[in-house]
Ligand binder design. Structure first.
Ligand SMILES: *[C@@H]1O[C@H](CO)[C@@H](O)[C@H](O)[C@H]1NC(C)=O
Ligand SMILES: *[C@@H]1O[C@H](CO)[C@@H](O)[C@H](O)[C@H]1NC(C)=O
Ligand SMILES: *[C@@H]1O[C@H](CO)[C@@H](O)[C@H](O)[C@H]1NC(C)=O
Ligand SMILES: *[C@@H]1O[C@H](CO)[C@@H](O)[C@H](O)[C@H]1NC(C)=O
Ligand SMILES: *[C@@H]1O[C@H](CO)[C@@H](O)[C@H](O)[C@H]1NC(C)=O
Ligand SMILES: *[C@@H]1O[C@H](CO)[C@@H](O)[C@H](O)[C@H]1NC(C)=O
Ligand SMILES: *[C@@H]1O[C@H](CO)[C@@H](O)[C@H](O)[C@H]1NC(C)=O
Ligand SMILES: *[C@@H]1O[C@H](CO)[C@@H](O)[C@H](O)[C@H]1NC(C)=O
Ligand SMILES: *[C@@H]1O[C@H](CO)[C@@H](O)[C@H](O)[C@H]1NC(C)=O
Length: 489
């Protein structure tokens, strides 16, 4: 389950602002569906409707006809089955009154079984009957519908406001039957078949969009991430319909269970722009994430107490022995000679993430407590505040955002000490090695595992690419789908 596809589908049905417009300021993830994306969504929808219609059984038709020379004839068409719909062209136009989708030049093939019976007098009354099959070909079918989509209490509601069906020509070919019957049947049944096809198509469209509407409204307003945090995907504002694209804005901040963290980020948000820059490439979808999204994730993880790390194993284990620190912090060695040490790392506040043109820069505020293990007792001896900045690039791999960071810079200050003062400048070199060989590889394990972009089952991102600009990361992608039945199921 996820937002990505929803946004795309939603894009079909949208309307310019009415219902309870909130301030545009609390949307930190916005998705723009381009013209190419609209075409994809339209094709998807048309395919879903066709799939739900073929094969399709239409109601039986019964009629009594007056045929010259023959008299009153009872005729019926049964097992009227719609087999195939071929749409030669379809189009989608976003507009003020809604999204207009038109499928034109469609042909429909049906089959049916006919039968007739009548009574005649030849000396005495006899019953005459016959039956056979027929194929029906409808040409020049045109279907148009107008759909509106609006924000209803943070979810999207869609509504078909207009739906029409028109067919140019209908040809009925009977297998067997007398020639008098053919013309009578065609004349009498053409209109019935027309309206049966029209009703079937219209009904399916309302049914399908109704299902899509309930599906959209049943989507959760929060997407759970590993039970730690949840991404608030509540829609803010109605979708914004442009000439050839549609934009959706969701709150997009991470929240902790029921906490509301929105307020603290509002000041950082600049007004959203209604186009997503994806370089020169033409993609279906652009999703841009404000840096506030990453900050909110960082704050939630911090508040959940997840940034703690006890370092007691390092590649060069002698690093964690006071003997190794003999010349850097002599009093440590004097007090605890040749004792094992461990480093208790915790963050003193949430990392601050900044998105830049080249990727991201994060500032991490940590406290490293040096603990000595003296005859099974753990003795904290000193605490050093280490603030460091890392920078990295973000790539997309499959449907994951992966990244790799490197150390830029750091600063040290002694927070407290039980072994007297010591100069930070002396431990600078050791700390650089420690950050580069222990801390950064550890951080990169997590960054390398990546962050999954939620996509619906059956859909995959294709040729995705990332563009970072100052304060926003934008994912541009095409989508493909395999066997996804939102309407037909
Ligand atoms: C109805 O029509 C379909 C397709 O032409 C055919 O497969 C099926 O056997 C028919 N059913 C009956 C009861 O005649
Ligand atoms: C559907 O349309 C295509 C292209 O117009 C044509 O090649 C194909 O034969 C048609 N199929 C049917 C069953 O009408
Ligand atoms: C709006 O959504 C909230 C939860 O997101 C729910 O508690 C509330 O009942 C909904 N209001 C209406 C009118 O549907
Ligand atoms: C669709 O719109 C019509 C007219 O605006 C309204 O009467 C109807 O309740 C709407 N349906 C839904 C499901 O919102
Ligand atoms: C939309 O189209 C109209 C007329 O075709 C044009 O005047 C307007 O500038 C266009 N708007 C945008 C945002 O491209
Ligand atoms: C989610 O976002 C909506 C819209 O911005 C906001 O009203 C709501 O309070 C947020 N929910 C939480 C739990 O923060
Ligand atoms: C590590 O340090 C933090 C804060 O500095 C402290 O709360 C925690 O108890 C320490 N953990 C251990 C195992 O010493
Ligand atoms: C330290 O702990 C280990 C087992 O955890 C025990 O065998 C050993 O006797 C302890 N040493 C001291 C000095 O208490
Ligand atoms: C991202 O892609 C660039 C260029 O393709 C590459 O140099 C870099 O190593 C990649 N980074 C990651 C984290 O995969």
């Amino acid at each position: 389950m996820g937002t990505l596809l929803v946004l795309l589908l939603l894009s079909l049905f949208s309307k310019l602002g009415t219902s309870g417009v909130q301030s545009a300021n609390d949307g930190f993830i916005s998705a723009v569906v381009s013209e190419k994306g609209l075409v994809f969504a339209k094709d998807f929808l048309v395919e879903q409707v066709i799939r739900s219609l073929t094969p399709f059984h239409l109601p039986d038709i019964q009629k009594s006809l007056k045929i010259p020379l023959v008299g009153g004839v009872h005729v019926s068409a049964s097992n009227v089955t719609l087999h195939h719909i071929n749409v030669s062209s379809s189009s989608i136009h976003p507009g003020d009154t809604g999204i207009v989708i038109v499928a034109s030049g469609a042909s429909v093939s049906l089959s049916l079984e006919w039968s007739y019976s009548y009574s005649t007098w030849i000396l005495f009354p006899i019953e005459v009957s016959d039956e056979g099959s027929a194929s029906v070909q409808v040409e020049g079918l045109e279907v148009g519908l107008t759909i509106r989509l609006e924000n209803k209490n943070g979810t999207l509601a869609l509504n078909v406001t207009d739906c029409g069906c028109y067919m140019e020509d209908i040809q009925i070919t009977l297998d067997g039957g007398a020639s008098w019957f053919y013309q009578g049947f065609a004349n009498a049944f053409e209109n019935n078949i027309r309206s049966a096809v029209e009703n079937a198509i219209t009904k399916k469209i309302f049914e399908g969009t109704g299902k899509l509407d309930s599906f959209l409204q049943s989507l959760p307003k929060q997407i759970d991430m590993d039970n730690i945090a949840a991404l608030n995907v509540t829609f803010v504002d109605d979708p914004v319909v442009g000439n050839s694209s549609i934009e959706f804005d969701v709150n997009g901040l991470f929240v902790q269970s029921t906490r509301d963290l929105t307020a603290s980020y509002l000041h950082k948000h600049s007004h959203s722009i209604y186009s997503v820059q994806c370089g020169n490439t033409l993609k279906m979808l652009g999703i841009s994430l404000d840096e506030a999204v990453f900050d909110s994730a960082s704050l939630v993880l911090f508040e959940e107490g997840l940034f703690h790390w006890m370092v007691d194993k390092v590649p060069d284990q002698s690093f964690l022995n006071t003997a190794n620190w003999k010349f850097i912090i002599p009093q440590l060695y004097r007090r605890y000679p040749n004792d094992e040490m461990q480093l208790n790392i915790s963050l003193s506040s949430a990392p601050v993430v900044e998105v830049t043109q080249k990727g991201f820069v994060a500032t991490i505020f940590s406290d490293i407590t040096i603990e000595v293990l003296d005859s099974n007792k753990t003795i904290p001896v000193a605490c050093i505040s280490v603030d460091f900045t890392v920078s990295g690039d973000v790539n997309i791999s499959g449907n994951k955002l992966v990244s790799r960071a490197r150390l830029n810079d750091f600063s040290l200050s002694l927070k407290w000490s039980n072994i007297g003062n010591f100069r930070m400048i002396l431990i600078q070199g050791v700390m650089r090695v420690f950050l580069n060989t222990v801390v950064m590889p550890y951080v990169n394990i997590y960054l390398g595992k990546g962050f999954s972009i939620p996509v619906f089952h059956g859909f995959t991102l294709q040729n995705a690419q990332l563009v970072t600009t100052s304060s926003k990361i934008t994912l541009c992608s095409d989508l493909t789908y395999i066997n996804s039945n939102i309407i037909t199921n």
